[in-house]
Each structure stands twice: as structure tokens, then as C-alpha cells.
Ligand binder design. Structure first.
Ligand code: 16G
Ligand code: MG
Length: 539
């Protein structure tokens, strides 16, 4: 037996899988109760090493996080060289090795993958990893180190980072010394790059009133506190950091954070914000953000991912027009079926931009956005970013401004390219983007809200015996099976004014999710209830 095989065999024996547990690399990697994950994280180390070798030693990232899940959960996901999500084929290989039952088989699956993909096991493998603030993180990181060591990979442990910071590191390392050099692969490099871009994008503008940032008691707290040190003074932008207690990991995502705010449509109970105060919430690993405020009559208003998308698309669209690039640079917005119908209508009819709809999950939106010159993509839940194609970047680099106004627009646009994290949706940089746009427009949250009116909507979870019975088409907007269910949904939708509804199996929980919107809240609630009962009856 080769010595690497022996090392993998011995190390694998120290990380036995949980008995009878079926593991699956889902929409956001493996995610579950932390005590079931040791073997999975160990084996992800093996997969990361193989993937790096397959790509001739490019650096692969591994992030240990369970995002908005409860504190006792954890998860692991792999990051491809440009900071994007792992290629789908490799998700399946990860699932396969995770479900392998004994240590000999782990070794044989490892070697089989190498054979299948013609991987030269002598190529040095490079892996970087980080974790969020969960109590189980350091134990799982040591499982990963065991896997990487057994596979003979070289690695850097970045310790605690936000998910987008890890994606940033991966992209920086892999672009070093190329024309696409992204930045310095250190935390300081991250803060310097984005704070400098923020200063350039703000120009001489200042924001009105403080921004309160709820950090979900997660990794976003300490990282935002660090970022603030690099940002301009309070006169330009004042940020109040709340829910940043990472010393009590059991408080992570509890009654706070982006998922709490989006799902319950209210501010965290701890919020002390007054009417008109601008607030936002990050999730547990700081890759999604939603804004909100209370109006004078204390009514809560959510400014979610759809709102960030429309704000960014409209602002970038205006800048492109001012630069004379409107015809040459194709701007589009990518959404999912969850996007509020009013936002889609606003983008198409008012902003006159193209909208694409994809299946749920960041990687689907990202891939669709890559086909545009400027791809603005956001899920309603606050995951998203804006990406610029090489073609668009070349045009921006070459453009000779013909007037001072054009020069100003061009400089702002160039600063935005640097401000927006191109590797993945990043709550911290998305937040800075929103702050720039609001300051530049001299808008508060009320003006932002008034751009269009959301259709009342309702999202419900339906427990089913087997969610795999439910299959979809048309970017998850229609059910293929059970066929009778879609017929029922079509009929129910027809009876409601401005009605739209769909049902899709969750990629992260054993449920079917039902979304409904309509002209009034009562109709949206009714439609959601009707569609839920159709799902229950047709399984
Ligand atoms: C994951 C996805 C998120 C998606 C959600 C849907 C990433 C990084 N995260 O959290 O984008 O909205 O799953 O969950 O891709 P669901 O399938 O349970 O509705
Ligand atoms: Mg997250």
C-alpha cells in the first residue's frame, strides 16, 4: 500500500461517520448538527486536496460555517479558485466520499476519483480554510487538518473569517501575478481594498444619520468592527454595531440576524432604533444582508435583497448612461421565483432592464449573472452581489471621458467595481454599496422604499413525507410532479387578483416551501393556505 493510502487509512479511522446517517452536499455544502460532521469535514480535506491537484495546484478554499442555522449546527463548503462555489460534479464526489462506510473504502474512493479525473497525485495541493465563530468550529478545523495532512496538501489556516472573506482570499491567491490580480490575501488586504474603494465611491458625499448593523452575534461583528477602523470618520458614515457578542456562541442567530428579520418581518426585539433610523442585519457568516426601518407610525418596513438589486441596478444603469455606455454594456438583473412581482415589474418597466429568473441558490444566480456585462444578482433573502464581465471592465478601462460630468460618473463606476466583492455576495461590501448609493442620491430608507410598492406575500413550509416527489421546471416556478398539484395551483392562482404562487422542495430542510403573492394580504394568505393544502393532498 502506498504511504499516502496508509496515512489516509489511519487518519480516517480517527474520524468515523455517524452510523446510518445519509450525508448530502446541498445548496450550501454539508450542513447539520455539528457532532455529526467530523468524518465529513475530514473527507472534505481529501476532496479539497484532489480538486486542487486536478487544477494543477490552484488554491481551493474550505469554509466551516452553518450560516443562519442554530448555534448547535455547523457545516462545511468548498470554494473553487476564483472564489466561486464548488463545481456541481465535485459536489457529487463529496457526497459520495461522505457516505462511504469504512476506511478502506475512503482510500479506494480517493484513488478512484484521482484515476477518473486523471489527477496527478504528485502535484502539490494548496488549500486555505477558515471558520465562523461557532463553538464546534475549532474541533472541525482540526478534522479538516487531519484530512489535508493525510492527503499531503499544503494549507493556510485563516482562523476566523466571514464566508466572503475566505472567498476573497481564495480569489486573491489564485490571481496573484496575473492581469486579474484581485488584492492582497490577508485580512488587512481585504479591509484596505474595500475601504479605499468606499472612499473613492463616496466622493465628497456624506451619509445622513447613523446606520445600525445587527451582526447576528456572529463573525460579522468583530470583522465589521475591524473594517470600521479603515473607513472614513463618523462625519462621513457612522456605523453602530449591535448584536456582536461572539463570546456567547449560544446567542448566534437567536432573535437577531438577517434570517430572523426576513422570516419574521420584524426588527430584532433588542433593537433600539427610532423612526426613520436606517438599520441592517447580517446573517451568521456575513454573506447576506437586509435593510429595514420603522416609519413615523412605527410600522416596520423591510428593504430586502430585491430592494438592494433594484437600487444597485438603477444606480449603475444611470452611471453607464452618463458615461455613454448604455448601448454597449448590457446590464441585467438575476432573481429567483421568490422575488416580489413588483420588483420584477419595476426593473423591466421603469428601469427598462432585462430580468432573468433562476433556481434558488447563489451558484445558479451567479452563473446566470456571468453571462451579462453587468450582472446584478440578489435573492430576496439578501444573498447577492454585482459582477462585471471582462468585456465591461475593458470598456471602462479604455473610456476617454468627454466632459467633467462623464469623468465623475466614470470615476464612481470604477470605484464601484472595486467596492463590490466580485467573488461572492458579501454582506459587508453590499452594505457599503447601499450606503454609497443612498448618500449619493441623498436618500433615506423612506425614499428607497417609495420606488415601488411590494405585493403582499406569504411564505409557508409544508411538511411532506418525501420532498423528492416534488420536481420543478421553469426555474422552480412550476411543479412537474405531482402533475395534479400544478393543475390545482394554476386554478387557485386564477381566482386571485395579481396572484402568483409556486411550490418547491427545499434544498436544506425536509419540507416543501410555498410562496404566494396577491393584491392584498388576505388574498396572499388565502392563496398560500390553498396551495399548501394542494401540496398536502397530492403526495
Ligand atoms: C442556501 C443558499 C441560499 C438559498 C437557500 C435556500 C447559498 C450560499 N445559500 O442557504 O442561497 O436561498 O439555501 O434554502 O447558496 P431552501 O432550499 O431550504 O429554500
Ligand atoms: Mg450565510
Amino acid at each position: 500500500m502506498a504511504s499516502t493510502d496508509q496515512q489516509i487509512l489511519e487518519a480516517s479511522a480517527k474520524h468515523p461517520p455517524a452510523p446510518n446517517h445519509k450525508y448530502q452536499y446541498g445548496t450550501a455544502g454539508f450542513r447539520m448538527k455539528a457532532d455529526l460532521l467530523d468524518s465529513v469535514v475530514f473527507r472534505c480535506g481529501l476532496i479539497a486536496a484532489l480538486r486542487s491537484r486536478q487544477l494543477q495546484g490552484k488554491t481551493i478554499g474550505v469554509m466551516i460555517t452553518a450560516s443562519h442555522n442554530p448555534p448547535e449546527d455547523n457545516g462545511v463548503k468548498l470554494v473553487d479558485p476564483l472564489g466561486s462555489m464548488l463545481e456541481a460534479e465535485w459536489e457529487e464526489l463529496s457526497t459520495r466520499i461522505a457516505n462511504t462506510n469504512n476506511d478502506d473504502e475512503v482510500v479506494s474512493v480517493y484513488n478512484e476519483i484521482a484515476r477518473l479525473y486523471h489527477i496527478d497525485l504528485a502535484v502539490p495541493a494548496q488549500v486555505v480554510f477558515a471558520r465562523d465563530t461557532r463553538a464546534s468550529g475549532s474541533r472541525l478545523a482540526s478534522c479538516l487538518v487531519d484530512g489535508l495532512t493525510a492527503a499531503g496538501a499544503e494549507f493556510i489556516d485563516y482562523n476566523i473569517l466571514t464566508t466572503p472573506q475566505l472567498h476573497y482570499m481564495v480569489r486573491c491567491i489564485n490571481t496573484q501575478g496575473t492581469s486579474q490580480e484581485y488584492g492582497e490575501a490577508t485580512e488587512e488586504g481585504y479591509y484596505t481594498k474595500f475601504s479605499n474603494a468606499f472612499k473613492r465611491a463616496m466622493g465628497n458625499k456624506t451619509s445622513t444619520g447613523a446606520l445600525t448593523v445587527d451582526c447576528a452575534n456572529g463573525v460579522g461583528g468583530p470583522k465589521l468592527t475591524e473594517l470600521i477602523k479603515y473607513l472614513p470618520s463618523n462625519e462621513v458614515l457612522q456605523i453602530k454595531v449591535v448584536n456582536d457578542n461572539v463570546h456567547q456562541p449560544e446567542s448566534l442567530n437567536v432573535d437577531c440576524g438577517a434570517d430572523y428579520v426576513k422570516t419574521s418581518q420584524k426588527a430584532p426585539p433588542s433593537s433600539k432604533a427610532g423612526p426613520g433610523d436606517r438599520c441592517c442585519s447580517l446573517d451568521g457568516d456575513a454573506d447576506r444582508v437586509v435593510y429595514y426601518f420603522k416609519d413615523e407610525s412605527n410600522t416596520f418596513h423591510l428593504l430586502d435583497g430585491d430592494r438592494i438589486a433594484t437600487l444597485a441596478a438603477s444606480f449603475i444603469g444611470d452611471l453607464c448612461r452618463q458615461c455613454g455606455l448604455a448601448e454597449e454594456v448590457k446590464i441585467g438583473v438575476v432573481q429567483t421565483a421568490y422575488a416580489n412581482g413588483s420588483s420584477t415589474k419595476y426593473i423591466e418597466q421603469d428601469l427598462k432592464l432585462e430580468v432573468k429568473c433562476t433556481a434558488t441558490g447563489v451558484k445558479h444566480l451567479h452563473h446566470a449573472a456571468e453571462r451579462l456585462d453587468v450582472g446584478v444578482y440578489f435573492e430576496a433573502n439578501g444573498h447577492g452581489t454585482v459582477i462585471f464581465s471582462d468585456r465591461a471592465l475593458k470598456k471602462l478601462a479604455k473610456l476617454e471621458p468627454k466632459s467633467p460630468a462623464q469623468l465623475a460618473a466614470l470615476e464612481t463606476l470604477r470605484a464601484l467595481v472595486d467596492l463590490i466583492n466580485q467573488s461572492v455576495g458579501d454582506a459587508l461590501t453590499d452594505m457599503l454599496l447601499v450606503e454609497v448609493i443612498l448618500a449619493r442620491k441623498s436618500w433615506g430608507p423612506l425614499e428607497w422604499l417609495q420606488t415601488y410598492n411590494d405585493l403582499p406575500n406569504r411564505l409557508v413550509k409544508v411538511k411532506v413525507h418525501n420532498r423528492n416527489l416534488f420536481t420543478t421546471e421553469d426555474a422552480e416556478r412550476r411543479l412537474v410532479t405531482p402533475a395534479a398539484a400544478q393543475k390545482g395551483i394554476d386554478e387557485a392562482v386564477k381566482k386571485v387578483r395579481n396572484g402568483r404562487s409556486f411550490a418547491r422542495p427545499s434544498g436544506t430542510e425536509d419540507v416543501v416551501r410555498v410562496y404566494a403573492e396577491a393584491a392584498t394580504k388576505a388574498e396572499a394568505d388565502d392563496l398560500a393556505a390553498k396551495v399548501s393544502s394542494i401540496i398536502t393532498a397530492n403526495q
